[in-house]
Design a protein around this ligand. Structure first.
Ligand SMILES: NC(=O)c1ccc[n+]([C@@H]2O[C@H](COP(=O)([O-])OP(=O)(O)OC[C@H]3O[C@@H](n4cnc5c(N)ncnc54)[C@H](OP(=O)(O)O)[C@@H]3O)[C@@H](O)[C@H]2O)c1
Length: 256
């Protein structure tokens, strides 16, 4: 039997989990694609290809060359470029696209959130007066906070922020989630943090800081994600498996 070929755009726990489920299927050949940003990526359950494709055209060319039957975009909710490229490449090639995106966090009682639409909005939300900021947004957009050098920053990321921030009062912490609530409470206390900046990433792995801020009564500046516009959309790995079966089946019928 010809195996149906699936390309998963990854870099998230969901992509790894989904690959793990699909890896057990004899009728599928699954490849996981990583951007190659992380110096020491976590092990993956299926064959991995690494590095950019060269924009939407490059991705479309890859889909055709590798005779991919289904493209699954399971990248991070804030990885906007690759998701736009996935939509364009799917439209150009006719390869069906499934978006797998975990739900965002919803405020609970005691949360003191300021929701903003961008990193620039998060910088502005910190205000003029110097504050002790826990910057837990990853390293790629940390430089936006050069615009507010009056604050103290505790910056946590998987890989080093390079070049470093312009602000002179900055501490860097290298760590990879998941992060437990108790440890997050201790971290915020130890560094006398008075405000947290986070993306609304959703999921469990990085939710600990949100709960810790709630416990300590601290405000959180939450950068919201852009609205998704994908036709086939799954919020969980289980939904993704069901939809992937459906889409692989319909692409077989069309003979694509
Ligand atoms: N942004 C976040 O907060 C965040 C958090 C956790 C994990 N991640 C993961 O880290 C990776 C990079 O995120 P980003 O925000 O830099 O993405 P991005 O801005 O949307 O993508 C920038 C470029 O990186 C390449 N790329 C991104 N994801 C790729 C993938 N899975 N496979 C192959 N190439 C990929 C593409 O290059 P070409 O145009 O050359 O194809 C893309 O145009 C993503 O895989 C994402 O899932 C991101």
């Amino acid at each position: 039997m010809d195996k149906r070929r699936i390309l998963i755009l990854g870099g998230t726990a969901e992509a790894r989990d989904l690959a793990g489920v699909l890896a057990g299927r004899a009728d599928l050949a699954v490849t996981l694609s990583l951007a190659g940003r992380t110096l020491d990526p976590a092990p993956q359950p299926v064959p991995v290809r690494t590095g950019g494709f060269g924009g939407a055209f490059g991705l479309a060319a890859y889909l055709e060359k590798e005779a991919i039957d289904l493209l699954i975009d399971a990248t991070h909710p804030f990885a906007r470029q690759i998701s736009a490229n996935a939509r364009a490449a799917s439209a150009a090639t006719g390869v069906p696209l499934l978006r797998v995106e975990r739900l965002g966090w919803e405020a609970a009682e005691g949360d003191r959130w300021t929701r903003v639409a961008s990193m620039a909005g998060a910088v502005a939300a910190l205000g003029e007066a110097p504050r002790r900021v826990f910057l837990a947004i990853g390293r790629q957009e940390a430089k936006a906070f050069d615009a507010a050098p009056q604050h103290h920053y505790l910056v946590r990321s998987v890989d080093p922020v390079d070049p470093p921030l312009d602000a002179c009062d900055v501490q860097y912490l290298l760590a990879r989630g998941p992060f437990a609530v108790e440890a997050e409470v201790a971290l915020l206390r130890e560094h006398r943090i008075d405000i947290v900046v986070s993306k609304n990433s959703g999921g469990e792995a990085t939710y600990g800081k949100i709960v810790a801020a709630r416990i300590l009564g601290l405000p959180v500046v939450l950068v919201e994600r852009a609205e998704t516009q994908d036709l086939h959309h799954a919020g969980t790995v289980e939904d993704a498996v069901r939809l992937a079966d459906h889409l692989v089946g319909s692409s077989r019928k069309r003979g694509v």
